[in-house]
Structures are given as structure tokens and as C-alpha cells.
Design a protein around this ligand. Structure first.
Ligand code: AMP
Length: 215
């Protein structure tokens, strides 16, 4: 099963991707995560990406497309995958059509006021990329403050989770990314993602199982 996750920043795409990976045993690819790792490792790609990401801008399209193109050709991606962060606009969608075809696009919706709350409380593991939240009303909370439950890595606040960068990223999502869904209308599954990660996950799996059965 090949899936693309869509949704504004803070909808919980990264969290849901990790849960879907466990359930369906297929790999996930987050273009944002690949770029963040490149920045941490101070590679050539990381140096270019850092300038764009910290301001909330997109990286050049050939960089994002290159990451995905390389991944989907891998043997482990042949049977299925969960893609998070690509395509981001119609040009990237056209590039993606030349690379592969997916079964479903999952659109995770969330009210704007909840986005800010989730993003300002979001903490990411520097080592494995696992996502947590320190806002009392958002989940999941790390068992020990500042430490990843899964690998013991340090939890940090992403450089692009500042109010200005969040605003810019949200505006790009609604003006450039969301319109892509019209292009793939028949494959789109829209799910309310304002609940807990478990509620959202159960809702998504229920729809996926129903749709898979009727394919
Ligand atoms: P994300 O983790 O999906 O929120 O992505 C973080 C940042 O990485 C974005 O704000 C962009 O700067 C960059 N990025 C991730 N995916 C793409 C893409 N498909 N095209 C351009 N920039 C991207």
C-alpha cells in the first residue's frame, strides 16, 4: 500500500506515519526529516536546506524531488510506503506522477487554533526523529522531560516552529499544497485529526481497511 499524508503543520503527520509503519510494516519517508538530518550532519544538502527551512520557506524543488526519487526506487519501497512532505505543490505533484503512483492520499484536517498549540509544544528527538508534545492538552508526552522514550535521545524544539515560520508554512500549505488534493480527488481520504494520536490513527486505519477491501 502506497500512501501520501497531507495536512497542515501540526496535524500529526509524523506521529501517524510512525504508527502506520508499525501496523503495515512498510517504510516511511519524510522529506522534512531527511533535510533536518542533513542539517544536523552539516552536509552540502544540509547547508542549502538550513537557509530555507528556518525561515519557513520550501527548499528548491529539485532537492525535494531528488530525495523522493532516490527513495522510491529502493527495493524496500517497491511494495509500499508512507510519504510525508512531498509533493508540496502542483509542480512537485507533476514530478511525482513521473516517479510513481500511490493508492491513497490521506488528508488530515485540524482547526487553525489547535495548530499553534501543537506546534509550540512540539518536541522532536534529535537522534531518531520521534515526536512528542509538552503542552498539557497535546500528546504524546515524553515519560522523562527532554528525553526520547524510544532511544534516549535529546528532545529539541525545531528551528522552524517559531511563530513567523509557522505562519509562512501554513500559508504555503493552504495556498500551494492543499490544492493538489483536487488533482487526485478519487484517492483522497479526509480525516479529522484534532483528536488524540490513538483516535486519529484508529480512524485512519478503519477507513484504509474499508477502502482496501473495496479496491
Ligand atoms: P516538514 O517536516 O514536512 O514540516 O518540512 C520541514 C521543512 O522542510 C519545510 O518547511 C520545507 O522547508 C522543507 N521541505 C520538506 N519537504 C519539502 C518539499 N517537498 N519541498 C520543498 N521543501 C520541503
Amino acid at each position: 500500500m502506497k500512501i501520501i499524508l497531507f495536512g497542515p503543520q501540526g496535524a500529526g503527520k509524523g506521529t501517524i506515519a510512525a504508527m502506520l509503519v508499525e501496523k503495515y510494516r512498510i517504510p516511511t519517508l519524510s522529506t522534512g526529516q531527511v533535510l533536518r538530518e542533513a542539517i544536523a550532519q552539516k552536509t552540502k544538502l544540509g547547508k542549502i536546506a538550513e537557509q530555507c527551512i528556518n525561515k519557513g520557506n520550501l527548499v528548491p524543488p529539485e532537492i525535494a524531488a531528488g530525495i523522493v526519487n532516490e527513495a522510491v526506487k529502493k527495493e524496500e519501497f517497491k511494495k509500499g510506503y508512507i510519504l510525508d512532505g512531498f509533493p508540496r505543490n502542483l509542480d512537485q505533484a507533476r514530478l511525482f506522477d513521473e516517479m510513481d503512483k500511490v493508492d491513497f492520499l490521506i488528508e488530515m484536517t485540524i482547526p487553525r487554533e489547535l495548530v499553534m498549540r501543537r506546534l509550540t509544544g512540539r518536541r522532536t528527538c534529535r537522534k531518531c526523529g520521534a515526536i512528542y508534545n509538552i503542552d498539557p492538552l497535546c500528546a504524546p508526552h515524553p515519560k522523562k522531560a527532554g528525553v526520547c522514550d524510544k532511544c534516549g535521545g535529546e528532545l529539541y524544539q525545531r528551528e522552524d516552529d517559531t511563530p513567523d515560520a509557522i505562519k509562512k508554512r501554513l500559508s504555503i500549505y493552504y495556498s500551494e499544497t492543499k490544492p493538489i488534493l483536487d488533482k487526485y480527488r478519487k484517492k483522497v481520504i479526509t480525516v479529522d485529526a484534532s483528536g488524540t494520536p490513538e483516535d486519529n490513527f484508529n480512524r485512519i486505519v478503519a477507513v484504509l481497511e474499508r477502502k482496501k477491501g473495496s479496491q
